[in-house]
Design a protein around this ligand. Structure first.
Ligand SMILES: *[C@@H]1O[C@H](CO)[C@@H](O)[C@H](O)[C@H]1NC(C)=O
Ligand SMILES: *[C@@H]1O[C@H](CO)[C@@H](O)[C@H](O)[C@H]1NC(C)=O
Ligand SMILES: *[C@@H]1O[C@H](CO)[C@@H](O)[C@H](O)[C@H]1NC(C)=O
Length: 352
């Protein structure tokens, strides 16, 4: 082909890259993650907490079969989403001090297992609060600026996709588990409190330059194996009260997203409907190739998570791909892949 021909082919790509030359893989140069164990890729390994999963059988189906601190047998939805944007297949944890800023420039997770929007939730197992995650993000932005220069760092921060996956623990670990918040707030009031905290986190990232954002809705948390076993009225069945709270919270979250998209200049905040995906799978697991949607793969599958999974490895299932849940709270890699593919096809495709 003639040089001119090549230039014509290359031109759109060159224009897309912008002046500073980042974003070679597409419009999103980095996936930046805030949240809980659904998106923690290992930060809790570096803080003193029992909310850990950096041991067998976690990571059993990860590259090299090594545990990373992900609460699953393999990768998380955010890892698959990063890959779908042409970025690395695994998102690194910010607190891993062996990683250089260059290795974090195409994506990073600030998430911490067992945290919530509410500081009191993070306090239960002494994990990283949402405010501390935002503080680490400020530090990250400054490190990027020093390493890459003002223009390129600004481009990464401005074009990155920010994903929040948080809120479930505020209900199952805190509100319904401990008396304090329940005495203070009716459930609708607690939802409003949490949404106020979500709003201020979104506003913070926007004020620091973030524009493309995805706030993930709550899943049908009443159908987590641990919540089925804890269901006093109908043992073994989904806790429909919890599911109703998730739907109510998600409805209000969508309202918040609509309002913020009007209020905040340049903001493109989308809502990822993981409630619908998980409900379809739990209702008809066989349609998705699963054999078990009510028990986790590890232990009895009814209550174990974290250290308890490492204590009863003789009961570990053979093939996690047959299970929706790996432990009594967290999905398997296969379930996370389905979530990622669906969210990419229906929601995040606006950023491709
Ligand atoms: C960091 O790298 C060193 C040298 O390779 C290794 O011994 C250490 O375990 C690593 N630390 C973490 C937290 O991965
Ligand atoms: C949460 O804790 C942080 C740090 O201790 C504090 O600055 C912040 O105001 C607290 N947030 C709320 C809503 O209490
Ligand atoms: C997503 O879209 C791709 C391409 O159209 C399709 O092959 C795939 O089955 C879809 N996946 C889901 C989970 O919707």
């Amino acid at each position: 082909m003639s040089p001119v021909g090549w230039l014509v082919l290359l031109l759109p790509a060159l224009l897309r890259r912008g002046s500073s030359g980042v974003a070679a893989a597409g419009k999103v140069p980095a996936v930046i993650v805030f949240g809980d164990s659904s998106v923690d890729t290992g930060n809790n390994n570096f803080i003193p907490t029992i909310a850990r999963s950096n041991f067998w059988p976690y990571g059993r189906d990860y590259a090299d079969g090594l545990p990373t601190g992900r609460f699953s047998n393999g990768r998380l939805a955010t890892d698959f989403i990063s890959e779908a944007f042409g970025l690395p297949p695994c998102i690194p944890a910010y607190l891993d001090t062996n990683l250089t800023i260059d290795q974090l420039a195409s994506g990073v997770s600030f998430a911490s297992a067992a945290t919530g929007l509410d500081n009191a939730t993070a306090g239960v197992l002494s994990v990283i609060t949402i405010g501390e995650q935002l503080q680490y993000f400020r530090e990250y932005k400054e490190r990027l600026r020093i390493a890459k220069g003002e223009a390129e760092a600004g481009e990464i921060i401005g074009e990155a996709l920010y994903i929040w996956s948080i809120g479930t623990n505020d209900f199952i670990e805190n509100y319904y588990n401990l008396p304090e918040r329940r005495m203070q707030y009716m459930v609708a009031e607690y939802e409003a409190y949490l949404l106020g905290l979500a709003e201020s986190a979104i506003r913070d990232v926007h004020s620091l330059g973030g524009r493309k954002m995805d706030f993930t809705g709550l899943t049908p948390m009443g159908c987590l194996p641990a919540e089925r076993i804890g269901n006093r009225d109908n043992p073994g069945e989904c806790n429909e009260d919890y599911n109703a709270v998730a739907r109510s919270f998600n409805g209000k979250l969508q309202g918040l997203a609509a309002r913020l998209n009007k209020d905040l200049p340049g903001l493109q905040l989308v809502y990822a409907d993981t409630y619908k995906i998980l409900t379809s799978v739990v209702d008809k697991p066989a349609d998705y190739g699963f054999e078990n949607a009510v028990q986790g793969c590890c232990g009895t599958g009814l209550f174990e998570a974290g250290y308890f999974c490492s204590l009863s490895t003789s009961l570990l299932c053979q093939n996690a791909n047959k299970y929706v849940f790996f432990d009594a709270i967290h999905p398997t890699e296969k379930m996370y892949k389905i979530i990622a593919d669906t969210v990419m096809n229906t929601t995040l495709n606006v950023f491709l």
